[in-house]
Write a new protein. Structure first.
Length: 306
């Protein structure tokens, strides 16, 4: 059902700082900015965000995979990985080691996981950092797509696009059921996996194994489903708003389904990058917000609004 990851929405305490950081250190550019419209806020089930300022940013590769930051002071105390839901963004890069060295001098990105190979094949190397909005980002290099197991392609630019989103829940089987049975995606069987940043967040031994599954969207995009410790908290959403931190992930869908339990009645959205298409928001098994946009029926290219 899901076709592509289109937008990752992140709540930001300081929009100016975020824009400068992503522009100067990750070579992302602003392709749209403005205030959230009443119709968009209502469609998200988040009327309190009406009028909040936002920016939408795109990687230097010009891939149509966007980061949307919404200014909101209600998530100032948010800590990544301490709650269920969307907890990490994974971005393709060419050199995690060089990036980690650059972040050592950064005031905006704090390295919380040094570069290391994720597989015995030594074809995937990643490092983790916390960004200026408190967002956890994996910066990942794929050196050999044939060995990735999913055909994932390497970065086209020094820092490229989002290609994996990570969601965590205490009830791991419920995650698999939701993405498999409800959204109709192929989901791998769970395997034990070492997730150092997750273990560190809960003061667990670094070699602790956590159950992990993959929901495959395509050869370009995946969703990682992580089992979280019992101490993880449910998402605490400010009244009338979106979840703090990584608030929502927007996906294009192959076929629009009207039968899903949307938070509010789906409707056509005029703003970038909806371009008049229908969109609606679901809540997943971990309380994560999932926005669906119908596949472009007219072949419109995702061009910036200005």
């Amino acid at each position: 059902m899901l076709k592509t990851i289109l937008i990752v929405t992140i709540m930001a305490f300081n929009l100016v700082q975020v824009e400068q950081a992503y522009q100067d250190e990750l070579d992302y550019k602003v392709v749209d900015r403005g205030a959230i419209s009443p119709a968009l806020a209502a469609g998200w089930g988040a009327p309190a965000l009406d009028g909040h300022w936002y920016i939408t940013m795109q990687p230097s590769s010009n891939e149509p995979v966007y980061l949307r930051f919404i200014e909101d002071t209600s998530n100032a105390g948010f800590e990544p990985m301490k709650t269920e839901g969307w907890n990490a963004i994974e971005i393709l890069v060419r050199d995690p080691d060089e990036l980690a060295s650059a972040f050592a001098r950064s005031e905006n990105f704090k390295v919380v996981g040094k570069p290391r190979f994720l597989t015995e094949k030594k074809n995937i190397k990643a490092m983790q950092a916390i960004g200026p909005a408190g967002e956890l980002i994996y910066f990942t290099n794929i050196s050999d797509p044939q060995k990735s197991g999913f055909g994932l392609q390497p970065a086209r630019t020094y820092i490229d696009r989002v290609f994996i989103m990570v969601v965590g829940a205490r009830d791991h089987p419920a995650l698999g059921d939701f993405y498999g049975a409800v959204l109709g995606m192929p989901v791998t069987a769970p395997v034990p996996y070492r997730i150092g940043v997750l273990s560190n967040a809960y003061n667990m031994p670094i070699e602790t194994m956590h159950r992990l599954s993959i929901a495959q969207i395509s050869e370009r995009f995946l969703i990682e489903l992580d089992e979280y410790p019992a101490a993880a908290l449910p998402i605490n959403i400010p009244p009338g708003s979106l979840p703090p931190g990584i608030a929502m992930v927007t996906f294009e869908v192959e076929e629009w389904r009207q039968d899903l339990p949307y938070l509010a009645a789906p409707g056509k959205r005029a703003s970038f990058p909806y371009h008049g298409r229908r969109a609606g928001v679901l809540v997943g098994a971990a309380g994560e917000y999932i926005e669906l946009i119908e596949k472009n029926p007219t072949g419109i290219t995702h061009v910036p609004a200005h």
